[in-house]
Design a binder for this molecule. Sequence first.
Ligand code: PLP
Length: 405
Amino acid sequence: MRTFSKSSKLDNVCYDIRGPVMDEADRMIAEGTKILKLNIGNPAPFDFNAPDEVIKAMTDNLRNAQGYSASKGVVQAREAIFKYHRRKNVPVESINDIYTGNGVSELIVMVMQGLLDNGDEVLLPAPDYPLWTASVTLAGGKAVHYICDEGSDWYPDIKDMERKITDRTKAIVIINPNNPTGSVYPREVLEEIAELARKHELIIFSDEIYDRLLMDGVEHTSIASLAPDIFCVTFNGISKSHMSAGFRAGWMVLSGNKKGAEGYIEGLNMLSSMRLCSNVQAQYVISEALKGTGAPDAELKPGGRIYEQRECIYRLLNDIDGITAVKPKAAFYIFPRLDAAKFNITDDEQFVLDFLREKKILLVHGGGFHWEQPDHFRIVFLPSVHELEYSMGELKDFLSGYRQK
Ligand code: PLP
């Protein structure tokens, strides 16, 4: 009988997104087990709602959204995106340099499909948001991970980045603010990255989807604003800042020196046209969402949910013997370190699986973010303080007796 298996191009891709932990969680859920999910950055299930004006723009525009739009998106949305990034000093020239997408996700896949030939290399952070690595691999490229340094607030290790540049390297990806670490890179670090890109003639891809979820008065700088002489692609969207991940509204902005990138841009235009356009109804929400700063301010200040949940998880994790964690400055993720020697952990995925089976709480192991040592995991702190307290109590209890064989 003829059989159909997945394309071999997906061999090293699916594992990043799926894997035994998710399979086990699905199995347990199907059996009726209730699982507390600390694994996914989707605000809606945790009683975060999109602002009323965003919901209104979505529902009001149903009739306007019946046809395909221009493949890069409706003018109204791209004008709002243009103004937003100009306010952040990104030297975007016109709305022709802006593409809307069905979330940033679609555009991440698109930029790699359009750029890479087999064996081309892209520098990506470790830990990373795994879709970036998966997209490089799917496009036939080689993902090369540079280390982000936990001892320096998880900033990229510039020396490691430079060491890993070869004559096949085409681009550097940064995720700033970062998922999974919550780190926000200061100007000096961004300038050093830009300098590397300048010296080695690399494209910069900067994923800034969390740039409106900042805490403690930290400011966000777009690397593109520091690099008008470098070809940069900046990614953003409303999934997180407007708690509307299901609407699928994201975008990318090309800026800087386009000389030499004309062929690549032609390829991006082709790929953009091939998917016809992104969800038109959601495009109409973008201008409403980006009025003002677009930040959910109240949630990010003392007394606000994201802020208080961050304080809570940071304190509880550092209270557990054998765990340390750097305080995130943005987004809703924390990437704690486990004392692997103390717990004899040689397989971080097994640790997460054992914890899931025993305590019905779902985490993601560090390896899922291309962190090589078996000594980290990620927690999403979107659940309430009450749920975080409960889950950290369970983690403490679990670890008190846990040793891998
Ligand atoms: N980039 C990063 C760093 C993310 O964490 C996520 C989602 O978690 C995305 C992109 C995907 O965003 P979107 O919903 O716009 O596809």
